[in-house]
Design a protein around this ligand. Structure first.
Ligand code: NAD
Length: 335
């Protein structure tokens, strides 16, 4: 029996799992594989060099899957600010109906909603989630401190953050705003736990990087499998833009600069954390070439399955976990 949650119903997907936007990973190959496997695949706008390339990538994805997929638009500090408005316009013009947003996106959310899109918005705090509800987003993607990339500045992990979401995320009329759990999610037990904490699905990034179809070098997938939950570093707190990366020689050097720099200028660390350099990691397979984001759920990733195998396994594991919990109550009632 398939899961039926607010997420699966609204998005028209079988498994309540979203593949979150990932810079330099969210190409057509990734999104289509996840959508074909029954989850929601997502293209990452800024991974495309120009807005017109995003248009081509959306059309390519449509040729690779008949299933629903979405597009991510993230607005955070960048070394060379891209034309965000033009990317947003391509998303609308191409008739995309599911958008994942993150960062300072108020104006774009209004445009996506006017165009009839379902908007999933990523937030690392309850305060930001409440603002996002006022912006009119449809789903919150609650991003716990375990996550890869931009963890926010409050460091609240999902055991508390999701539970707070369950208490707080309501519209003015008192109705609950649906949310999914993002950060630390890697298997069916993650999904079962998230459902217990009031979520209607999960978002996974790092777990999807270690799949057959992820369009990144095999060495990086293997590095994720070989890593543990202890193998990440946090950088850029000094500039209120904290992000979690796979720990390597570059993150260690960057952390030293961040700690010891007397100027406090971002430029001192820019070359270490540059996305252009990090992108090469996924192409050349050298995990030490630059920084690349990964979550602490690496400790839960032990293989490189296809997306189909992964999502089937997650469905089975989650169902087993929920059934085991229910069985405990049956046992109790016999006492
Ligand atoms: P980039 O090369 O422009 O910057 C590298 C890192 O430094 C990023 O984390 C960025 O946020 C940060 N940064 C840049 N200028 C900064 C400043 N003045 N102060 C503080 N921090 C600063 O980034 P990129 O890898 O080319 O990515 C482009 C954008 O997409 C960035 O904003 C990045 O954070 C964001 N991103 C998006 C996703 C996604 O899923 N859509 C994932 C990761 C990052």
């Amino acid at each position: 029996m398939p899961f039926e949650t607010a997420l699966t119903k609204a998005l028209g997907i079988r498994v309540p799992v979203v593949q979150g936007g990932m810079q330099w990973v969210g190409y057509a190959e990734m999104a289509a594989a996840v959508s074909n496997a029954g989850g929601l695949g997502i293209l990452t706008s800024l991974t495309q060099p120009r807005p017109d390339d995003l248009r081509i990538e959306i059309q390519k994805t449509r040729r690779m899957t008949q299933k629903p997929f979405g597009v991510n638009l993230t607005v955070l500090p960048t070394i060379s600010p891209p034309p965000y408005g033009e990317y947003a316009q391509v998303i609308i013009d191409e008739g995309i109906k599911i958008v994942e947003t993150a960062g300072l996106v108020k104006d774009y959310v209004a445009k996506f909603k006017a165009a009839g899109c379902i908007v999933l918005h990523k937030c690392t705090t309850i305060r930001h989630s409440l603002s996002a509800i006022k912006m009119g987003v449809d789903f919150l993607s609650i991003d716990g401190f375990e996550c890869a990339g931009h963890v926010g500045e409050h460091d609240v992990p999902n055991f508390v953050l999701l539970n707070r979401a369950r208490e707080q995320l309501r519209k003015e009329d008192g109705s609950l705003v649906p949310y999914i759990a993002s950060g630390g999610m890697a298997n069916g037990n993650s999904l079962a736990a998230a459902l217990s904490l009031g979520a209607c699905g999960i978002n996974m990034g790092t777990r999807f990087m270690a799949t057959v179809e992820a369009p990144i070098h095999h060495n990086i997938k293997q590095s994720i499998v070989d890593a543990t939950e202890d193998d990440t570093d946090l950088l850029m707190r000094r500039w209120t833009n904290t992000a979690r990366f796979y720990r390597n020689s570059v993150t260690k050097a960057a952390a030293k600069v961040e700690r010891e720099s007397t100027s406090g200028k971002f430029e001192e660390i820019a070359d270490y954390v540059s996305g252009k350099r990090g992108r090469q990691v996924f192409l050349n397979g050298d995990p030490d070439y630059g920084v690349w984001t990964a979550g602490i759920c690496m400790g839960l990733i032990h293989d490189i399955p296809t997306c189909e195998e992964l999502l089937k396994r997650i469905e089975t594991e989650a169902r087993d976990a929920v059934m085991q919990q229910a069985a405990m109550f049956k046992e109790d009632s016999k006492l």
